[in-house]
Design a protein around this ligand. Structure first.
Ligand SMILES: [Zn+2]
Length: 337
């Protein structure tokens, strides 16, 4: 069975198992030229617009299968725990969980980063950087045959991008507080947590909140492996979907913290150098034991985010405390003194 079909098969199994509690929607259907695939959203927990939410997204880039693997194993364990774990059920009375574990199934089926139209979804939003973006990597409109293609100018977003934005608007931006984690792989040796912006080096409006969240996690799990950074520290890009949604959240006056998990895949390549010969091997841990270890290693972070979203009123900084987080964030990430 192909990778995308086995993932959709696993997703169907989870949907069946969680049928009583999961709210499942086929947000769009997309084709790879041969088959049609659903883009699912799965929600559970408190549906009230007053409740905070946590959203998990994966498979935006079709080559980066590990993000979908991590989310499917997390979702599967949540659904299993629904039957007996009172603590989880109590948590779900206070918070909304949102999952889109496979945003780009056509790209995954074709074994490409882009979707079936050759469009890189993370360059596809109507966001223009006014600063100098990285050549090609920053997004280009020259050709869908080159990577990082943004799509034709003045055309609507791709179906996958629209599906993601629709779910974020309906399930996350409709609430006073939300966090998202978009799972990617392929960048560097370390696991990184990126926060906005991608289109400008200017600091994110919720830098203080991101810093407070990071500090809370570092106190809870002092040995965690992650490097927290603004994405703009590495490269600037046009068309980032999360930057686009941040602008929407600011307009609505919501606290929305979109984070990206970039799993450092070069480490996996170093441990199995032959992986470099395979395009998938550059983006994914190939041996099954290593795949399971990667899935397991991120669980504390995923569980922490669920808990932090639930209890945001207890740790979200205000007044002088918020100003202090902002100053520390500016000093450590933007070189401000
Ligand atoms: Zn990616």
């Amino acid at each position: 069975m192909s990778a995308v079909l086995s993932m959709l098969h696993e997703l169907d199994r989870i949907i069946e198992q969680g049928a009583a509690r999961l709210e499942v929607r086929t947000v769009r259907e997309v084709s790879d030229g041969k088959h049609t695939f659903p883009i699912y959203s799965l929600c559970l927990g408190n549906p009230s617009r007053d409740a905070p939410a946590i959203g998990f997204f994966g498979g935006v880039h079709g080559l980066e299968r590990i993000g979908t693997h991590v989310l499917l194993s997390f979702l599967s364990s949540l659904v299993e725990r629904l039957r007996w774990d009172d603590e989880l059920n109590h948590q779900l009375a206070e918070v909304r969980f949102v999952f889109m574990p496979l945003v780009n199934p056509a790209g995954m089926s074709r074994g490409t980063r882009a979707n079936a139209n050759g469009v890189d979804l993370m360059r596809n939003a109507p966001v223009e950087s006014r600063e100098r973006v990285a050549f090609l990597v920053g997004g280009q409109r020259l050709s869908p045959r080159l990577p990082w293609y943004r799509g034709p100018s003045r055309s609507p977003m791709e179906a996958e991008s629209e599906a993601l934005c629709e779910v974020v608007r309906a399930e996350l931006l409709s609430r006073p507080f939300s966090v998202t984690l978009d799972c990617h792989s392929g960048f560097g040796m370390r696991d990184r947590i990126w926060f906005p912006h991608a289109h400008t080096r200017l600091p994110f409006a919720h830098l203080a909140e991101v810093h407070a969240l990071m500090a809370l996690f570092s106190q809870t799990c002092p040995d965690h492996p992650y490097l927290f950074e603004p994405q703009s520290r590495h490269y600037l890009a046009h068309g980032d979907l999360w930057d686009f949604l941040c602008a929407r959240a600011a307009h609505l006056g919501r606290v929305f913290l979109p984070l990206t998990l970039e799993m450092g895949s070069w480490r996996w390549v170093r441990k199995s150098p032959r992986q470099v010969l395979s395009r998938l091997g550059i983006f994914n841990p190939l041996p099954p034991d290593r795949l399971r270890r990667v899935q397991r290693n991120h669980l504390p972070w995923l569980n922490f985010l669920c808990r932090a979203a639930q209890t945001y009123r207890d740790w979200l900084p205000a007044g002088e405390e918020r100003a202090q987080h902002e100053r520390t964030g500016l000093a450590s990430w933007f070189g401000a003194s």
